[in-house]
Design a protein around this ligand. Structure first.
Ligand SMILES: Nc1ncnc2c1ncn2[C@@H]1O[C@H](COP(=O)(O)OP(=O)(O)OP(=O)(O)O)[C@@H](O)[C@H]1O
Ligand SMILES: [Mg+2]
Length: 249
């Protein structure tokens, strides 16, 4: 059992003005935490800050009690965190196999076996190992990004809108795969525009508003919270797609 602890993280893109302020969260093996909130709330920044990909002002990130704060991203990956960014998450000109090899460079000797293991969960990718990533559909590319992040056998993966811009069929398939990954014991932190969908798949939900944690509750509570329903779930009884859903890929 591993624990990823984000402790009052304050971070951003400017030396003195933070984008996220004192954001805390705890994630354990096999648990899924959904991060929801309006556009520009700082959801992507939160994930980047965990990885040291923006300026950390204060706070700490700890994996099993050991600080990751200030470590280079390569060290953080080696310690057991995987990251799937919101955009440009695969190498378009490389084949599926090459993309997976890039993700697994830490375990060169094991690479072949690991590709076998990872593609067991992603039959589409197994069938397309020799094809260039640019020839894949948007959904398949997102699956590839997720599969690549799994190459290093991370304890935790941080996913930034893996279903954005996908057709409903692929949204379902990507979610099914996220659930499958969580079922193998990986802790999943997922940023998602479709708040209802995310909360239904997660055990906990973190609502970020203007760079601060507005709520951090079990997802069942958030799904029944009138304020959350009104603001993020599109109102009682309406479709699950929130008004702010972006169509960008
Ligand atoms: N590289 C950057 N440099 C400077 N400011 C940035 C950068 N990236 C994001 N920001 C700003 O930080 C704030 C938070 O952005 P962020 O991308 O974290 O929001 P988000 O919640 O992920 O939004 P979305 O739902 O649109 O993906 C926004 O005001 C944004 O303009
Ligand atoms: Mg974002």
């Amino acid at each position: 059992m591993s624990v990823l602890e984000i402790d009052r993280l304050t971070a951003g893109y400017h030396r003195t003005i933070p984008t996220i302020t004192e954001v805390s969260a705890v994630l354990t093996s096999g648990e899924t935490v959904a991060v929801i909130g309006p556009n520009g709330a700082g959801k992507s920044t939160f994930i980047k800050a965990i990885f040291g990909l923006c300026i950390q002002h204060s706070g700490a990130v700890r994996l099993d009690g050991v600080s990751l704060t200030g470590q280079p991203p390569s060290k953080i990956v080696a310690r057991g965190l995987g990251y799937v960014p919101q955009v440009s998450n695969v190498f378009a000109g490389l084949t599926v196999r090459e993309n997976l090899e890039m993700g697994g460079y830490l375990q060169r000797r094991e690479i072949r076996r690991r590709i076998e293991e990872v593609t067991e969960v992603f039959p589409d990718l197994r069938a397309a190992l020799g094809r260039k990533a640019e020839q894949l559909s948007g959904g398949q590319r997102n699956m590839l990004a997720l599969a690549r992040a799994l190459m290093t056998k991370p304890a935790f993966v941080l996913l930034d809108e893996p279903t954005a811009g996908l057709s409903p069929l692929y949204v379902d398939r990507v979610w099914a795969q996220v659930r499958q990954v969580a079922a193998t014991g990986v802790g999943v932190l997922i940023v998602e525009q479709n708040a209802r969908r995310a909360l239904e798949a997660a055990q906990r939900g973190l609502v970020l508003v203007e760079g601060k944690v507005a709520m951090n509750r079990p997802s069942t509570e958030l799904l029944g919270n009138p304020e959350v329903i009104e603001l993020y779930l599109g109102g009682e009884g309406s479709a699950s797609q929130p008004a702010t859903t972006g169509e960008a890929s």
